[in-house]
Design a protein. Structure first.
Length: 298
């Protein structure tokens, strides 16, 4: 973990000096790719800590975890995202994670002096993350991540290196409560152009004797610098192999505030987890759908 952190911090000054403008397509990372089913600060499916490096950590009885996610918002201009992730727990207790994520907008038509289409305008971004996490003391897991981000908007291209930090307090004495916090796409001194996010979430067990038979309630919040801010309650219920979740969010961007509802189902079978989630209320894009699949190797 120390090497990952030092490498990320060493790259930050170079990326700040070498890029006078912000990297294009930052707004595509306001879509919760891989975290539509769970609050981003607590999201463990499909894994590898895309939103919170601390969630990369695997339990002591696991060796590897692999996952994929696909997100789609269909409309005249559709947004699509894909995520591929993997994590590996070492005998030292440190879990290493690697993820590759991509998001793009299709249907941006290039025109000239008349409505005749001259082709599509590329608008896409790619994010590669290397993370490390471990339980540093009982009930506290911490993680760090180094990220390389590339963006393209028509003929404008850019890239940047960021370092993020996250932590999860888990299995606390009161109702098996959890508290999570992390940064996302943070580069010191570049907050105006890069618009990093702060992610927070907390939940606790209301009913049930174990993690496979329980009802939980919580609150999640996300704030993007000079961008959207969202906050709202969520609930999750699991009965053996079946898990259901729902979340209500109030999203503010400038003077405008809208409501969103996220819901989803997941099936846990043997070492596999399959999930489907949906978000409604996204202005101009219609419903957003997400599919996730992960596999755990013990």
């Amino acid at each position: 973990m120390r090497r990952v952190l030092v490498g990320g911090l060493a790259a930050l000054p170079w990326s700040s000096v070498g890029r006078a403008q912000g990297v294009p397509a930052r707004d595509l990372w306001e879509f919760p790719l891989g975290a539509l089913f769970e609050p981003p600060a607590l999201a463990v499916e499909p894994g590898a800590g895309l939103w919170n490096p601390a969630t990369t950590a695997l339990a002591s009885d696991a060796r590897f975890k692999f996952g994929v996610a696909s997100l789609s918002a269909g409309a005249a201009q559709s947004v699509d995202g894909q995520l591929l992730s993997g994590s590996w727990r070492r005998p030292s207790g440190v879990t290493w994670g690697l993820s590759v994520a991509r998001a793009a907008v299709a249907g941006l038509v290039r025109t000239d002096s008349d409505p005749q289409s001259l082709g599509d305008i590329p608008y896409a971004t790619t994010l590669v993350s290397l993370s490390a996490a471990r339980e540093v003391v009982p009930h506290l897991t911490a993680g760090v991540a180094v990220r390389w981000r590339h963006g393209r908007a028509d003929q404008v291209r850019g890239d940047a290196v960021a370092a993020d930090f996250g932590a999860v307090l888990h299995d606390l004495p009161f109702r098996h409560a959890r508290l999570a916090a992390s940064s996302f796409l943070w580069r010191p001194g570049r907050e105006i152009n890069d618009r990093p996010a702060v992610l927070l979430a907390a939940d606790f067990r209301v009913l049930g004797p174990s993690a496979t038979r329980e009802l939980r309630l919580g609150l999640a919040q996300q704030a993007v610098n000079r961008g959207a801010r969202e906050r709202g309650p969520f609930m999750s219920a699991r009965l053996d192999r079946l898990e259901a979740r729902a979340q209500y969010l109030r999203v503010s961007a400038g003077a405008r505030t809208i409501s969103r509802v996220r819901s989803g189902l997941a099936l846990h079978y043997a070492r596999y987890t399959v999930g489907v989630a949906r978000e409604e209320g996204l202005s101009g894009l219609g419903p957003v759908y997400q599919f996730t699949l992960s596999s755990l190797v013990r």
